[in-house]
Design a binder for this molecule. Structure first.
Ligand code: DSN
Length: 434
């Protein structure tokens, strides 16, 4: 197949480096002929691609607009100010920092702004859906701060009273016992809306600060599909590349009162020179997310995840937390096949052209490397134009792939069906070659 970028200047500029050009072409083919169901991924717009591939990568700009440590930043200052103003307007925030290179950096900077080393942080258990930066023993966060955790309620078979939902009694009990300086809401594998208000109440009851890590739902919040934590939490961190559909990176929102502490924590506390080409791309994405069409997109992402979840339930999988209210579907594979691990499922689905990741599920008896779960997301394929009907087809394809996992011919046939489906929904139609 012709590279979707064949008509763009990217290939031409790379003729001097045929090896990298070839790899980009192969990745373009992979992204446009396989299903992108990793819940933390998306397809940025061509304008975001253009800004992130721009000459702003050449510029050193340590500091902030109007207060740089290098000359020649007149234009860069305008770029970063534009990004900050657009982001503040998008979420109604008093202050924005658009320099974090990633979500992990944003979280580290927020902790640094709000806490002293050794202070206690209450965050979601990693094996119940929390993120590495919420206190994994492998993360620097747990070496600097002391983490205690809350989890989700027990699993339930009652469709009217689903389990595996954030247990606010537990959040409150642990908060009262451990007196954390900071309570963190937010997750990496959790399919429900996270309401910031109960967290705020609990934080206030113990005199803690409250941080909302909105890495996953940022686009759903911007698009009005989820409640906003801005103005409720002291600090909101997020990545710009998941549901928000921008370039790979992070950002922080906070009150004017915390602006100086947050800015100092990002630079010089954690990072050196900001990636101004990425900041320009963030500015583009923030403007896109303010368009009415983005509200339609956010609603469709949620509807698509629900359709995918329903279809997978019909195939015999159990949905962790009994359903989905965001862009994620977290599957318990054991009801489908007690022997099937997340690792095997991910590998077989990869062969069929269905890209997703294995994930632990609450109280998973298997290790994080093997797992009993799979995490799927609807954000990227919704950007490519797929709707609920395609999501139901994908659910069926996943069921067929995993049932036929020992049959190479069956997998090859599904791979062909996946390619046919994807060809109808090119992620970059305006860049497509002929
Ligand atoms: N935890 C990653 C994810 O959600 O895929 C992002 O850091």
């Amino acid at each position: 197949m012709t590279s979707p970028f064949a008509a763009s200047p990217f290939d031409e500029w790379l003729t001097a480096d045929p090896e990298v050009a070839r790899l980009l072409g192969e990745e373009a083919e992979r992204q446009s002929t396989t299903l992108q169901l990793i819940a933390s991924e998306n397809f940025t717009s061509p304008a975001v691609l253009a800004a992130s591939g721009s000459i702003l990568t050449n510029k050193y700009a340590e500091g902030y607009p109007g207060r740089r440590y290098y000359g020649g930043n007149q234009i860069v200052d305008e770029v970063e100010d534009l990004a900050r103003e657009r982001l503040k307007a998008l979420f109604g925030a008093e202050h924005a920092n658009v320099q974090p290179h990633a979500g992990a950096n944003a979280n580290l900077a927020a902790y640094q702004a709000l806490l002293e080393p050794g202070d206690t942080i209450l965050a979601m258990r990693l094996d119940h859906g929390g993120h590495l930066t919420h206190g994994s023993p492998a993360s620097i966060t747990s070496k600097v701060w002391r983490f205690v955790s809350y989890g989700v309620s027990a699993a339930s078979d009652d469709p009217d009273k689903p389990g595996e939902i954030i247990d606010f009694d537990q959040v409150s009990d642990v908060a009262k016992r451990e007196r954390p300086k900071l309570i963190v809401a937010g997750s990496t594998a959790y399919a429900r809306i996270i309401d910031p208000l109960p967290f705020r109440e609990i934080a206030d009851s113990v005199g803690a600060r409250f941080m909302f890590d909105a890495a996953h739902p940022a686009g759903l919040i911007a698009g009005g599909a989820h409640p906003s934590p801005v103005g409720v939490a002291d600090v909101v961190t997020f990545t710009t590349h998941k549901t928000l559909r921008g370039p790979r990176g992070g950002a922080i929102l906070c009150s004017a009162e915390l602006a100086k502490a947050v800015d100092s924590a990002v630079f010089p506390g954690l990072q050196g020179g900001p990636l101004e080409h990425v900041i320009a791309a963030k500015a583009v994405a923030f403007a896109e997310a303010a368009l009415p069409s983005f509200r339609t997109y956010a609603a469709q992402v949620v509807a698509n995840a629900a359709a995918l979840g329903e279809s997978l339930t019909t195939e015999g999988f159990r949905l962790v937390s009994g359903g989905t209210e965001n862009h994620q579907v977290l599957l318990d594979l054991r009801t489908f096949d007690a022997e099937l691990t997340g690792k095997v499922a991910q590998e077989v689905l990869d062969r069929a052209g269905i890209t997703c990741n294995r994930n632990t599920i609450p109280d998973d008896p298997r290790s994080p490397f093997i797992t009993s779960g799979l995490r799927l997301g609807s954000a990227a394929q919704t950007t490519a134009g797929m709707g609920t009907s395609e999501m139901r087809t994908i659910g069926t394809l996943i069921g067929r792939t995993l049932r036929g996992r020992d049959d190479d011919q069956a997998i090859a046939a599904i791979r062909a069906e996946v390619r046919d489906l994807c060809v109808g929904f090119p992620p970059y139609p305006t860049l497509a070659g002929t």
